[in-house]
Design a protein around this ligand. Structure first.
Ligand SMILES: [Zn+2]
Ligand SMILES: [Zn+2]
Length: 221
């Protein structure tokens, strides 16, 4: 397993298939003073994620929120543990809340992992939301396609960093919508991010590489 690392400025990758557990999506940490996570991994690496947070010099007691980008288990499996142990607020789009709270269409069978449902504390609605933590404004875009309630997050901290989990799809699972995915991927290109933190396939920069990566999937839809 590889170590967690700094992506840029106060953004870190603390989990992923080669960092915390083979079933985990990429898990990112933003140090806004308080700590915010993008996704939680599949649920089998909670202790490892906490250790990685500590190894980077952070106190996990400062965790305040997890933005759950969509309802698939590799992203939401450990939400309940973070919420129960650290009182972390769970944030998700209303169109994927039933997945997180009731365990509907989480792809848990595909991963052969039992999903433990978790309450969502902040349900986002509509296309654009902004949440403020410390000095950081986290912009949240509704990007349906891979799932109905998928969201992407971007933050401007010297560079524009985009957390675009599962841009690669697949766009064929129940609940997926290729037409909506086309619009969503175009929306992600339009924000012209400098750095893309993807959900499974690493980190892309500079801007030209980010656009090239998103365009390559847009072209297949
Ligand atoms: Zn997914
Ligand atoms: Zn995923």
């Amino acid at each position: 397993m590889n170590q967690s690392f700094c992506v840029y400025n106060n953004v870190f990758q603390i989990g992923g298939s080669d960092i915390s557990h083979p079933a985990d999506c990429a898990v990112y940490l933003i140090d806004c003073g308080d700590l915010v996570l993008i996704d939680s991994g599949a649920g089998l690496s909670f202790d490892h994620l906490i250790k990685n947070i500590q190894t980077l010099g952070f106190n996990p007691e400062k965790l305040v929120a997890i933005i759950a980008t969509h309802r698939h288990i590799d992203h939401i499996g450990a939400l309940w543990q973070f919420r129960e142990k650290y009182g972390v607020q769970i944030i998700a789009h209303e169109l994927d809340t039933e997945g997180i709270e009731k365990g509907i269409r989480t792809a848990a069978q595909f991963y052969d992992i039992e999903y433990r449902p978790c309450q969502v504390d902040i349900e986002l609605t509509g296309n654009n939301n902004m949440l403020k933590y410390g000095e950081y404004e986290l912009n949240i875009l509704h990007v349906p396609g891979h799932t109905a309630g998928g969201i992407a997050v971007y933050v401007d901290i010297g560079k524009r960093i985009l957390f675009g989990q599962d841009i690669h799809g697949p766009y064929s699972l129940p609940g997926a919508d290729k037409q909506k995915a086309k619009q969503s991927l175009q929306k992600l290109i339009d924000i012209q991010a400098d750095i893309l933190c993807e959900g499974h396939f690493g980190i892309y920069q500079p801007k030209e590489k980010v656009n090239e990566y998103i365009n390559s999937y847009l072209g297949r839809l």
